[in-house]
Design a protein around this ligand. Structure first.
Ligand code: PGA
Length: 245
């Protein structure tokens, strides 16, 4: 059986002090196992502070983004190499908030995927349809587009995790039907196999996951875990979700 994965996306919600408080609490109460593990995505500066804390040595970290450029005059950007240097093992790429607020399209995402892979980062790649597409039953068409012409040449699919996050379910306290989540995750696995000949891609679900719905979501055959935003900001809630994984 494939390993289960839980990811905490702290977004831009916690300063360094708050991140240290939550991170140490998590480190004291949760650990990685052979069959399941968790990854935390703090702010860049919080990763730096957390990595220096002795309790936190065993936690896996990732960045919430990385630059589409390798290095140079790109004011404000943080390169994939810098992310790696910080001690991150992963980088999240293609989150809907980046697609929407920063106009990140497949062209930009392809460059980010290349930079991340060239820096030996594992990648969590987010895809998901908006409410209009969902209502028009065009979710699969949107996902197919998001998974087409985006992976660079010689891409190593064994270092990839896909997170299916319907945009309309993020931070909204609503999710698709559990069966719909399972069937979309199945669709994504099949599509990756058909297009890229890689047959064991982990697919996570994200969008209003909490300790009340996680057990039902994780029970589905094609769901390999979750990407959690709001509910990852409270140690006890995040642990409950992890316990149900
Ligand atoms: P949410 O966010 O759990 O608060 O819905 C998920 C995400 O954006 O990754």
């Amino acid at each position: 059986m494939k390993e289960k994965i839980l990811i905490a996306n702290w977004k831009m919600n916690l300063n360094v002090k708050q991140s240290l408080k939550l991170g140490t609490h998590i480190a004291k109460t949760m650990k990685n196992y052979k069959n399941k593990y968790f990854i935390i995505l703090p702010s860049f500066q919080a990763v730096y502070a957390l990595k220096k804390h002795s309790l936190i040595k065993k936690i896996k970290f990732g960045s919430q983004d990385c630059s589409q450029y390798e290095e140079g005059s790109y004011t404000g950007d943080v390169s994939a190499d810098m992310v790696k240097e910080l001690g991150c093992e992963y980088s999240l790429i293609g989150h809907s908030e980046r697609r929407i607020f920063y106009n990140e399209d497949n062209k930009i995402l392809k460059r980010k995927l290349k930079c991340a892979q060239d820096s030996s980062l594992k990648i969590i790649f987010c895809i998901g349809e908006d409410l209009k597409a969902y209502k028009q039953k065009k979710s699969k068409a949107v996902l197919k587009k998001q998974l087409s012409n985006v992976f660079p040449e010689h891409f190593d699919y064994s270092k990839l995790i896909i997170a299916y996050e319907p945009v309309w379910a993020i931070g909204k306290n609503r999710t698709p039907e559990i069966k719909e989540i399972d069937s979309i995750c199945y669709y994504i696995k099949k599509l990756v196999y058909k297009k890229y000949k890689f047959d064991s891609i982990p697919v996570l679900y994200g969008g209003s996951v909490n300790s009340k719905n996680s057990e039902f979501i994780f029970y589905q055959d094609n769901v390999n875990g979750a990407l959690v935003g709001g509910a990852s900001l409270k140690a006890s809630e995040f642990k409950k979700i992890y316990d149900s994984l």
